[in-house]
Design a protein around this ligand. Structure first.
Ligand SMILES: [Zn+2]
Length: 216
C-alpha cells in the first residue's frame, strides 16, 4: 500500500516535469455541450443561430435560416477554417450584387461538399466556368460552386455526397481573374419547378461550423 502510493507520487512528478510550466487547464466553458458532442462539432461552437446582416431576399424566412444553421455547414475548401472567410456577399460585381462568397485558395486545392446531399448539375457556363449545383438532404437549399479548375473525376448528376467529399478543385475558369484562383460559393433556397437551381440567395458567411476537411 505504501509502495503503491510512492509510485503514484513518482509518476505525478515525472508527468509534471514533462508537461513543463506552459500548460494551463482548459476553462470549463470550452467543454462540448451535449448537442455539440452529438453532432461531432468542435467544443465551444455557438449553438444559437447567428444573425444575417441585411434584409432577407423575398421567399427566405427565419425558419429557413434555422434550417440552414442546423446543417452545420463545412467550409467547402480543404484546410480553410470558418475564421478565414471574408464576407463579400454584398460586394458589387459589375452591375450586380455578388450574393456569394469568394474563397481564395491555391489553384488545385480540393473543393469539398459543404453539406450532405445530392449533385443536381455538373457542367460548364461562360460566367461560372466549371460549375456544380448540389442540394441538402431535404432539397430545401441549393449550393453553387463555380470557377472550378476541374470537377472530381466521375462526378455525375444524381450522385449522393457526404460533407467533406472532394467534388472538384479550385481554379479560375469562367469570368474569374486568371491571377486569383478562388471558389465562388453560393447558398440559395431551392427554387420551384424548372428553375430549382435559381432560388433566392442566403448569405452563408456566419453559418459555417466546420473547417474544410476532406473525407478522403
Ligand atoms: Zn464570386
Amino acid at each position: 500500500m505504501r509502495a503503491g502510493r510512492g509510485l503514484l507520487i513518482v509518476l505525478w512528478l515525472v508527468g509534471g516535469s514533462a508537461c513543463g510550466g506552459g500548460l494551463t487547464p482548459l476553462p470549463p466553458s470550452t467543454a462540448p455541450t451535449p448537442i455539440e458532442r452529438e453532432r461531432g462539432l468542435p467544443a465551444s461552437t455557438p449553438t444559437a443561430r447567428p444573425a444575417v446582416a441585411g434584409p432577407l431576399e423575398t421567399g427566405v424566412s427565419e425558419a429557413d435560416l434555422d434550417a440552414l444553421w442546423a446543417r452545420a455547414l463545412m467550409v467547402p475548401v480543404a484546410g480553410m477554417p470558418p475564421t478565414a472567410l471574408r464576407n463579400d456577399y454584398d460586394a458589387r460585381r459589375g452591375a450586380r450584387a455578388h450574393r456569394a462568397l469568394d474563397m481564395l485558395a491555391p489553384k488545385g486545392t480540393p473543393v469539398l461538399a459543404a453539406d450532405d446531399g445530392r449533385i443536381g448539375r455538373v457542367g460548364t457556363t461562360p460566367i461560372g466556368g466549371n460549375i456544380i449545383y448540389a442540394t441538402d438532404p431535404d432539397e430545401r437549399f441549393v449550393y453553387y460552386y463555380a470557377h472550378l479548375d476541374r470537377h472530381a473525376r466521375g462526378l455525375s448528376v444524381g450522385d449522393r455526397v457526404r460533407k467533406g467529399d472532394v467534388i472538384g478543385y479550385v481554379g479560375t475558369t469562367g469570368n474569374a481573374p486568371s491571377t486569383v484562383p478562388h471558389l465562388h460559393f453560393q447558398v440559395m433556397k431551392r427554387g420551384s419547378g424548372r428553375v430549382w437551381w435559381d432560388g433566392p440567395a442566403i448569405n452563408p458567411w456566419a453559418f459555417f461550423v466546420l473547417p474544410g476537411a476532406s473525407t478522403r
